[in-house]
Ligand binder design. Structure first.
Ligand SMILES: [Zn+2]
Length: 227
């Protein structure tokens, strides 16, 4: 595990829990869509599942506590092992053994892996300046390979967390609101697509139902189905 306390600028801006939590919600949407459950009722009926996916989407930043725990600083171990696919794999494996949220082990594992990996994807695109530049901090995506990966396209400015005044600064509030807006717009677009898909499905079902009724009312055809 790398100690980053000696870095000339040790406090990297990080995407706030706002972005990561919404990404966790996206994986819940995916699960609800595949399960053909209405989203609103799914949120009510499957709240523990939703909370679990949101927690997994935030879990990689637990390494901040490692740094605070050994008394160095919050960034001492930040963006280390926990920000890798190996960690995503191990966490998904462990949670799938305890709770199969999507019925089968394979489906549950995939969902957990996606929720955890959404954090990695967001961190890849987090830097100090929006746009096409090299300000993204980088994460060891393929740990134990020590190379840091970062996106050349920075989509999230991130919040600064050097100390409490900075954590609750106006700049961080603006960054969090920006994340809420961008991720909120994307969520609204996903919801619109989903509603459209459900309407199309309902219409095709309505078209199929009368045709099936006519088919079943025809004794010749109905009898053909009986072996
Ligand atoms: Zn992170």
């Amino acid at each position: 595990m790398r100690l980053r306390g000696c870095h000339p600028e040790p406090f990297y801006p990080v995407a706030s829990p706002v972005a990561h939590s919404i990404a966790g919600f996206w994986t819940f949407m995916l699960w609800a869509a595949r399960s053909k459950v209405h989203l609103i009722s799914a949120c009510r009926r499957y709240l523990p599942q939703l909370i679990l996916l949101v927690l997994l989407a935030n879990l990689a930043d637990i390494d901040v506590l490692f740094g605070l725990g050994v008394g160095t600083n919050a960034d001492a171990f930040h963006r280390g092992f926990t920000h890798s696919f190996v960690a995503a794999f191990l966490v998904a494996l462990a949670v799938s053994c305890v709770w199969r949220i999507a019925g089968s082990f394979r489906r549950s594992f995939t969902l957990y892996f996606l929720a955890y990996s959404s954090h990695l994807l967001i961190d890849l695109c987090t830097g100090t300046k929006l746009g096409w530049n090299s300000t993204a901090s980088g994460i060891p995506l393929f740990w134990p390979w020590k190379k840091d990966f970062s996106s050349p396209l920075v989509l999230i400015v991130g919040v600064k967390h050097k100390d409490l005044p900075m954590l609750f600064s106006m700049q961080n509030l603006q960054s969090s609101l920006y994340e809420l807006f961008i991720f909120g717009v994307f969520t609204a677009a996903l919801l619109a697509l989903w509603v459209r898909h459900q309407k199309n499905q309902a219409m095709s079902h309505e078209r199929e139902t009368p045709a099936r009724a006519v088919y079943n009312s025809n004794p010749m055809q109905s009898n053909e189905r009986i072996p």
